[in-house]
Design a protein around this ligand. Sequence first.
Ligand code: FES
Length: 342
Amino acid sequence: MSNVLTKHEPDSAFSNPGLPPHKHRLSDLDEKAAKRAERQVAGLFTISILAAIAGLVGYFLFPAGQTLLGIRLGTTVLGLGLGLGMLGIGLGAVHWAKSLMSDVEVVDERHELKSDEETRAAAVEKINAGIKDSNIARRQLLKGTLLGALVLAPLTFVLPLVGNLSSTWNFRVLTKTAWRNTPTGAMGRRLATDPEGRLIRAADVTNNSVFHVIPHDLGNLPGEDHYLEEKAKAMVLLVRIEPSELNTSAGREDWNYHGIIAFSKVCTHVGCPVSLYEQSTKHLLCPCHQSTFDLADEAKVIFGPAKRALPQLPISVDDEGYLIATSDFHEPVGPSYWERLK
Ligand code: FES
């Protein structure tokens, strides 16, 4: 005999077994067990609150950008706060649903995938019934702790985000770099090789040689507490080109020293460090999206998505023959949209 149904066999061959009898949970039958579950859920939400507070305290205690240890501690504490904050909310919500919300089986007959006013009204009614079912209005402890957890946990990622937006994304930060700081009595901030920190004599810069440069003694003058941030903004590429090959516009005649020129290494597209210099063409290439700058022509863009020339650092030499910056950049370094905000 075949087990396969033919279309002539009546549907009644399958009888609807219906739902198994509903089993009540302990928390449904015993108010003490319900209270215990409520305290457990509240405990999980409280763990979330405490973790979020610890994360936020860590964020303010170990501000990023000062020391490597500070960055590590700050990100670790913040990450733990964020993780435990979210975990507490998640576990609390699951435990709440499993032990305190109604678990009565409900059968909802399938209907046309079309909703009319009546259906929508019924849906709203069901949602309201669900809210009522969750007993949130009656269980004030749960309501309070859940609210606290939901408010505090997101702060662990919102605050750092806002902090970054207000500092890194503030274009005014990019209008000033450490090159503006001149040690007392000096003619200008000396240039030093990166990472060695060696001073550079003009006589040592031969034609077509390339130096990666930062301000000498960076981090030790007032206002230079955030070393990494200051370094990122002040990075410069120094090259020497035959003066007769340089195209210099009016007002910039004294920005180079016998063909030694210095330009910001922060790409004016979206800020990658430009560093691939081709001696024969005098072109400087950004590895990120291939913007190409012509150093012989004031680092103007000759190819790629960048819209603005690299800012030039005016340089000269001091009494001892060391290269110095005679001023800061004359425009913001970095992506060109900062400039448009001026
Ligand atoms: S960041 Fe340099 S080309 Fe895009």
